[in-house]
Design a protein. Structure first.
Length: 255
């Protein structure tokens, strides 16, 4: 069995795979000040809760966009699992050709998503990842990563509005029953959800036009993927574990 760990700006998602089967996964907040002992013991605790023997974990692969946490995470895996993890970066085989001006600037989570999307669905494909930032990544028919679009995430956008408008209350982010709100809460929900869905639809249309390829598939992942995909005709499928799948596939290519 292997651990796959996706460290994002807001959350750290960990999964356990046996072969191609995801046995369990869990999410904790990303805290760069956590010690290696805290991280190691939390992983042991989650595994015990899922009735998985930690001694059966033989490898790990990490995608990380928060560099300050890496030392503690590596030490946790060494001390509690006796594992030296594969860390996504230069020199790691992915099967994807990154054809942008500076490949080192592409986030490792974006790379993992691209690997999984191309492996599972083939190209051409667009990946929309609804995280702290929303990313749109384009992969060609040949498996070339040809570019990305970065936008403030839906939660970040909503939080900025709540902070700047003193009379507006924070609201739960789900679609109200009608577009026209009849109170402040439903008006905000409609504007945030429908407005963001419109942005997503427009960007996907622009990317498809620029790619110039037929039969472009669109796969969504991330925390708000299902809420927004329900409002977007251009999203073909949702895969909640796309990043974890990508890490598993990268591990298979490098073991």
């Amino acid at each position: 069995m292997i651990l796959v760990i996706d460290v994002g700006n807001t959350s750290m998602i960990t999964g356990v795979y046996k072969g191609k089967k995801l046995l369990a996964n869990w999410i904790i907040s990303t805290d760069k000040d956590r010690s290696s002992d805290e991280l190691g013991l939390s992983m042991i605790g989650f595994l015990r809760h899922k009735n998985i023997d930690a001694a059966l974990i033989k490898a790990a692969v990490i995608s990380n966009v928060v560099p300050p946490i890496m030392h503690s995470l590596e030490q946790a895996l060494r001390n509690y699992f006796n594992i030296i993890p594969i860390i996504i970066g230069p020199g790691v085989k992915t099967g994807i050709n990154i054809k942008v001006e500076n490949p080192k600037e592409v986030g490792t989570d974006i790379i993992a998503n691209a690997v999984a999307a191309f492996e599972l669905y083939g190209g051409p494909v667009i990946v929309v990842d609804f995280g702290t930032a929303t990313t749109f990544s384009a992969i060609s028919r040949k498996g070339d990563f040809i570019g990305t679009v970065l936008c403030p995430g839906i939660k970040v956008s909503a939080e900025a509005l709540f902070q700047k408008a003193a009379k507006l209350l924070r609201v739960d982010l789900y679609k109200p029953s009608s577009v026209l709100g009849r109170n402040t809460v439903s008006s905000l929900q409609s504007g945030i959800i429908n407005g963001y869905a419109g942005q997503v639809e427009h960007i996907i249309e622009l990317i498809k036009n620029e790619m110039g390829e037929s039969d472009v598939k669109v796969v969504a992942t991330g925390g708000f993927s299902r809420i927004i995909s329900d409002e977007c005709k251009s999203i073909d499928m949702v895969n909640d574990h796309l990043t974890l799948e990508g890490l598993r596939i990268i591990y298979e290519k490098n073991k």
